[in-house]
Design a protein around this ligand. Structure first.
Ligand code: FAD
Ligand code: DHB
Length: 388
């Protein structure tokens, strides 16, 4: 078969890129290793930046997000057993929207289905060929039949463990691992506070978030090689209560745990993000630790830039935007890398850090909570800088 853009991976990056390209009259095929049920159920990010929400709305896939997403005007930094609110909308005139990543994925798959844009699930043995001049993707379809997809361009949107990045010659990676991980839980219980709470506590970081008025999302800092079996539901709730405690008395509402998992934390950037006719977007090119809620939003920003570049390249024969794709994206990527590293460093207990580091963290938290300038800087990064 033949298409203009072969897209590997049906995460937020691949699906959104496909949708943007089709809307501009460019032909694309998405191939995905997992089943539709699997990608629609995978619990991951929950915070949509202002520019992400605007884009989804603008292209006509924002109806359910507008109906069910929860707009947030601020969040709390909790330390010294007290809340210190960062008033996002007052400081930036913008908000963020809490709406699960898998809901965006569902909406995009439904939009593909409605328009007849092709997405193939459960493919295997995906390989990339001829990325210098004659790109081709070979794979097995869901029935195990060998397929060949000839294309003008390949978009590697297959996440951190995909095949696209390893297919790029001469790629350099800048990398950092953190000495802790996140245990994430999804619980059937109403949120205990109307806003997100990022908590700095001597027992470790904790985050209170949500998905809906009935569903709470919570995270705990845990040791880097922690096993999920070590964490019974009871232990999770008691650790969350200990870390989220306040002087005024905070009561955490408990309920059945629907999903739990451990995510390692790393910073990773592949440079450059393009080689020949292969373009990387989203987690296949870069990873941030989740503390700034930037991962999915960066994937969205990449494909916004990439779709424009590919329209210019494939419809008008102009290659300038394609050639500057990597540089354009990396500027935003590195801003998010810094912000995510900064939020992570300020809020987690480093097992190898000492009193000096803890005093610096507390000082930075107090400054952020008391200085309008410091709070504004945090807020403008958090709500998302405008797409370039
Ligand atoms: P992905 O969503 O990873 O999509 C890539 C897709 O490619 C997947 O569907 C995968 O199955 C598919 N694929 C992989 N290999 C192949 C192959 N060989 N052939 C075909 N398809 C393939 N961010 C936050 O902001 N907050 C969070 O709480 C948070 N939690 C996370 C938890 C986990 C376990 C992970 C992995 C990430 C988390 N993130 C979080 C980050 C955020 O979810 C990602 O940044 C976002 O998913 C990036 O989207 P993407 O489309 O680039 O990649
Ligand atoms: C969520 C995840 C994050 O990484 C974050 O910083 C805030 C909220 C969430 O899943 O709700």
């Amino acid at each position: 078969a033949r298409t203009q853009v072969g897209i590997i991976g049906a995460g937020p990056a691949g699906l959104l890129l496909s949708y943007l390209l089709h809307s501009e009259g460019i032909d694309a095929v998405v191939i995905e290793a997992r089943s539709r049920e699997y990608v629609e159920r995978r619990v991951r990010a929950g915070v949509c930046e202002h520019p992400t929400v605007e884009l989804l709305r603008e292209i006509g896939v924002g109806a359910r997000l507008d109906a069910e997403g929860l707009p947030h005007h601020g969040f709390s930094l909790r330390f010294d057993r007290e809340d210190h609110r960062i008033a996002l909308s007052e400081l930036t005139e913008k908000t963020i929207t809490v709406y699960g990543q898998q809901e965006i994925v569902k909406d995009l798959i439904a939009a593909h289905e409605a328009k007849g844009y092709p997405v193939e699930f459960e493919v295997s043995d995906v390989e990339l060929h001829g990325i210098e001049d004659r790109p081709r993707v070979t794979y097995r379809d869901a029935d195990g039949v060998s397929r060949v997809l000839d294309c003008d361009v390949i978009a590697g949107c297959d996440g951190f463990h995909g095949v696209s990045r390893p297919s790029m010659p001469g790629l350099k990676a800048v990398d950092r691992e953190y000495p802790f991980a996140w245990l994430g839980v999804l619980a059937r219980t109403p949120p205990s506070h109307e806003e997100l709470i990022y908590t700095y506590h001597e027992r470790g970081f904790a985050l209170h978030s949500m998905r809906s008025p009935e569903i709470t999302r919570l995270y705990l800092q845990v040791p880097v090689d922690e096993k999920i079996e070590e964490w019974s539901d009871d232990r999770i709730w008691s650790e969350l209560s200990a870390r989220l405690e306040t002087a005024g008395g905070f009561s955490l509402s408990e309920g059945p745990i629907l999903d739990k998992g451990i995510t390692p934390m790393r910073s990773f950037v592949a440079e450059p993000m393009q080689y020949g006719r292969l373009f990387l977007a989203g987690d296949s090119a870069h990873i941030v630790p989740p503390t700034g809620a930037k991962g999915m939003n960066l994937a969205v920003a990449d494909v916004r830039v990439l779709s424009r570049a590919l329209v210019d390249l494939l419809q008008h024969g102009r290659s300038e935007l394609a050639e500057s794709y990597s540089d354009t994206c990396l500027r935003r990527v590195w801003r998010a890398e810094h912000f995510s590293w900064y939020m992570t460093s300020m809020l987690h207990i480093d097992p190898d850090g000492g009193d000096f580091q803890r005093r610096l963290q507390l000082s930075q938290l107090r400054y952020t909570a008391s200085s309008r300038a410091a709070a504004t800087s945090l807020a403008e990064n958090y709500v998302g800088l405008p797409f370039g």
